[in-house]
Ligand binder design. Structure first.
Ligand code: SAM
Length: 403
């Protein structure tokens, strides 16, 4: 079992802390809210729904899938609520071209266990457990006592993911990974019970010899748990056959080198550049460039000068992501179509990128170990004739005090 600690973040979704990396996977403010605000809202999905018959999404570092979940939630909300009419015979007719939209997600992560657990963690906890056993002081400091939900999450998405995982992995329904977690009492607090029950239902269905009567009894229990509408919605979405998700459990560099698909949206949610530089190098970005649609967008949470400079050097136009709720910049967008840049880099950002802080990671063969990438970058920074970032910041402040 993985050495990570789950906890309820401030929006009622589960965040993870990794002991191995001594790092959090998700924002304490809200794991699900972070996915919505940093990835899905700035992606302008409406534009793609209007202009593309198939939207291809690449979710780099899927983890427990918040970015894909948020994207699916956004898509299906439109699909079911705004574009569905019911005719007098009570049959559903899809009134406009949204019904012919297809979405495809390629989800990549090195961690199979996280991918398998992804549909079971709750996004909708109503309360925080009395004793959350928070993993680090950093998290304790930022975790408030109560839940403030910012964005809706429809649990039926969990059912879809369970179905797709069962399709993708022959061992998903046979494995005991879930039981191992549920056996640990404190961990079960973080699971979506209906998802767990649905998983068990599918397991039974798969088991040869399961009688129809026992399946019906199980389904009946599920109905009693008040999830029938979710179940029906998931079945309808699956029947409509409008989306697919494929999982790749490997280094994202390998996945992309062997891929020839073009993506309209790329979510890049790797650990920080200092921890996982192989997914932030100029060479990886050049590879992303080959896979991005002329009207595509790459979204990421990093505001670093080094990362922005690498995107520029790889041939993208680069801008900032503005979070209207928080009133600040919370990431970077890289595109081929300049008109998609709503918040351009400022004079300060551009000048900072020309200091040592802008010296980017290199990984020409796309197979260098993280430690070696860091060591080379450190050497280049230490031996660079460029101004240090601290000197630049001092000078910039002085310049602006005098204005
Ligand atoms: C910040 S977490 C991603 C969080 C995720 N988007 C979510 O919603 O839970 C970073 C993820 O990167 C994965 N990872 C680390 N190195 C990788 C690599 N070279 N290729 C693909 N995934 C990698 C880790 O397993 C981890 O799940």
């Amino acid at each position: 079992m993985k050495d990570f600690c789950p906890y309820i973040t401030n929006d009622g979704s589960v965040g993870l802390y990794s002991k191995e990396f001594n790092d959090i996977y998700h924002s304490t403010f809200g794991a699900y809210a972070e996915a919505c605000e940093k990835f899905v809202l700035p992606a302008d999905i409406d534009f793609y729904m209007q202009n593309f018959s198939e939207i291809n999404v690449l979710d780099i570092c899927y983890g427990i899938g918040y970015n894909s979940k948020s994207f699916l939630n956004f898509f299906f909300e439109k699909f079911f609520k705004k574009n569905v009419n019911v005719n007098r015979h009570n049959d559903t007719i899809y009134s406009d071209n949204i019904s012919s939209r297809k979405i495809y997600i390629k989800a990549v992560d090195t961690d199979k266990e996280l991918i398998f657990l992804s549909p079971f963690f709750t996004c909708n906890a109503k309360h925080k457990p009395e004793n959350q056993n928070l993993p680090t002081e950093k998290v304790e400091h930022l975790c408030t006592g109560k839940i403030e939900k910012q964005y809706d999450y429809d649990n039926f998405i969990n059912y879809l993911l369970i179905e797709k995982l069962a399709e993708n992995f022959p061992d998903f329904l046979n494995s005991d990974f879930l039981e191992l977690y549920l056996r640990e009492k404190d961990k079960s607090l973080f699971f979506d019970n209906a998802g767990v029950k649905y998983y068990r239902f599918l397991q039974k269905k798969r088991m040869s010899g399961a009688s129809v009567r026992s399946l019906n009894a199980l389904l009946h229990n599920i109905y009693y748990l008040n999830i029938s509408s979710r179940y029906k919605k998931a079945q309808k979405a699956l029947k409509m056959d409008v989306f697919n998700i494929d999982y790749y459990i490997e280094d994202a560099r390998k996945t992309l080198m062997e891929d020839n698909k073009i993506y309209q949206l790329i979510f890049l949610d790797a650990f920080t550049p200092e921890k996982c530089p192989c997914l932030w190098s100029v060479d990886f970005f050049k590879l992303l460039h080959k896979h991005l649609d002329e009207n595509g967008r790459i979204l990421t949470y990093s505001n670093s000068a080094r990362i922005r400079n690498a995107f520029l050097a790889a041939g993208f136009y680069v801008g900032k992501i503005y979070n209207e709720r928080a009133g600040n910049f919370t990431g970077t967008i890289a595109v081929k179509n300049k008109s998609f840049i709503k918040y351009p880099l400022s004079d300060y950002d551009l000048r900072l990128m020309k200091t040592r802080a802008g010296i980017f990671y290199r990984d020409e063969n796309l197979n260098t170990l993280n430690e070696a990438i860091i060591a080379r970058n450190k050497f280049e920074v230490e031996n660079s004739p460029l101004m240090s970032s601290s000197k630049f910041i001092k000078e910039y402040r002085k310049e602006h005090q005098n204005v």
